[in-house]
Ligand binder design. Sequence first.
Ligand code: NAD
Length: 264
Amino acid sequence: MWPGSKPQGIGSRILSLLKDKYAIVTGAASPRGLGRAIAQMFADHGATVAILDLDRDGAQAAASDLGNNHIGLACDVTDRAKCVATVEELLGRWGRIDILVNNAGITQPLKLMDIAPENYDAVLDVNLRGTLYASQAVVPAMRQRGAGAIVNLSSVSAQRGGGIFGGPHYSAAKAGILGLTKAMARELAPDGIRVNAICPGFIATDITAGKLTPEMHEQILAGIPMGRAGAATDVAGCALFLASELSAYCTGSEVDVNGGSLIH
Ligand code: NAD
């Protein structure tokens, strides 16, 4: 504490970081996923949250786990009309949207020459096209209010050229998200909308769909100076920072949450 400063109830201050905010988190139905942890932390800090995912029942169950007033809706982020209709529905209920977290993503552990057109389409569509479409759906309402925060989930894979789990098409999609984040940040800053990206390293979730062997796991851990996989809450804390006024002067940034696996 600085000399002369008053002791502050840091807990009570932190608990209101997103008080009265309305937030959308895409791909947040996966029980051990990053989206779910982000949604939970946002709700814990006072936000009302909408969980959008492929499966309506899963999204609704996840939303009710967060507590009262949260909403779960089916929305495939690769479907532009569905993104727009879903945001319209939320605006009808809430009147505004303060925060969008573009978290929906898929990965595939393929080598370059094994990437078939359908693999490329699937991975680029959910990660990159989905980030674009969900953002396009919320921007008009954010612009109207002159405020908003968009947080995009990229990956260390974009920065170091894969080497963890996803193939080159995943690295390309996540690198595309970094470019999109920066271009959106530049274009939307005059409208009071901040856009930032998170680059998680290796985080223990179900995205590897049982395809991660014990050998791969050991090899990945050997490359992490902090010596452990990240927890979903490690990423959620960063998302909370970027969604809240704590990061009021940050836009176009990419924040590493990787245990030191890429220091650059
Ligand atoms: P996860 O597989 O646990 O959850 C992803 C969620 O996205 C699922 O609920 C799934 O149903 C949903 N989803 C998939 N396609 C969708 C679509 N078209 N529309 C809407 N929802 C869709 O994954 P996760 O590990 O929690 O990853 C979350 C994000 O973080 C992803 O973008 C991922 O690429 C990124 N990421 C994860 C890691 C990691 O180590 N786990 C590392 C770097 C980046």
